[in-house]
Design a protein around this ligand. Structure first.
Ligand code: URA
Length: 210
């Protein structure tokens, strides 16, 4: 499908493209490309993260795979039957997603894990296309405010009308709900901003809608 994913050598964001070149030299065995979404376009649930981690998704080529955040995310997805098989960032992974797709607001690894506003904007065209292709979409789960705001941009909605708040469920239109969660990052879990229980509660809520 056209324009669903950035080209391998996407140069929309010069800073990210230069960082990619640096990483190719530094970590030649890593994936080092824009990381494509994972899961079927016919899913009812879309999970939107921030961006690939340098030694995680940027290494393995699959969202949240090898990242600290992926441990909790995939464990929870398995628990709530949105995934089955074995999650393993190494070689014995057999994980399959069920009725769920995972993407990132920014597809390329950003320096220091922080995409710039214009990079988020540049990449939002892929998210918009992805959402428009998901004909069965019922729930979008935003992991953190960057994902949340990027989703609002796709629907031309205003941040002041749809404030990010952990656990909040916004009606985006008659078919689609947007649920907010704190990002399952190492920072948020180690500072106890997000506990495993809190994250599971989000998936309980999602399961009641699907
Ligand atoms: N890895 C990803 O792919 N996305 C995130 O948001 C964090 C880690």
């Amino acid at each position: 499908m056209k324009n669903l994913e950035p080209k391998k050598n996407c140069i929309k964001c010069i800073r990210l493209s230069n960082f990619r070149k640096e990483n190719i030299l530094k970590y030649p065995k890593y994936f080092n490309n824009p990381v494509s979404s994972f899961g079927s376009l016919s899913s009812e649930l879309l999970i939107v993260g921030l961006a690939p981690g340098i030694h995680g998704a940027n290494k393995t080529g699959r969202p949240f795979t090898g990242d600290f955040a992926g441990v909790l995310l995939y464990k929870t997805l398995i628990k709530f039957k949105f995934a089955n098989g074995k999650y393993d960032p190494g070689s014995s992974d057999t994980l399959k997603l069920n009725n769920c797709r995972i993407t990132n607001a920014v597809k390329c690894v950003p320096p220091k894990n922080k995409p710039e506003t214009k990079e988020i904007k540049n990449c939002s065209s892929y998210l918009k296309k992805e959402i428009s292709c998901m004909k069965n979409l019922k729930i979008i789960l935003s992991l953190g405010t960057v994902a949340h705001n990027s989703i609002l941009t796709c629907f031309k909605l205003k941040m002041k009308d749809f404030k990010f708040s952990h656990g909040e469920c916004h009606n985006i239109n008659k078919n689609i709900k947007l649920i907010n969660s704190y990002h399952c990052s190492r920072y948020n879990t180690s500072t106890k901003r997000l506990s495993e229980r809190m994250f599971e509660d989000i998936f309980e809520e999602i399961s009641t809608f699907l």
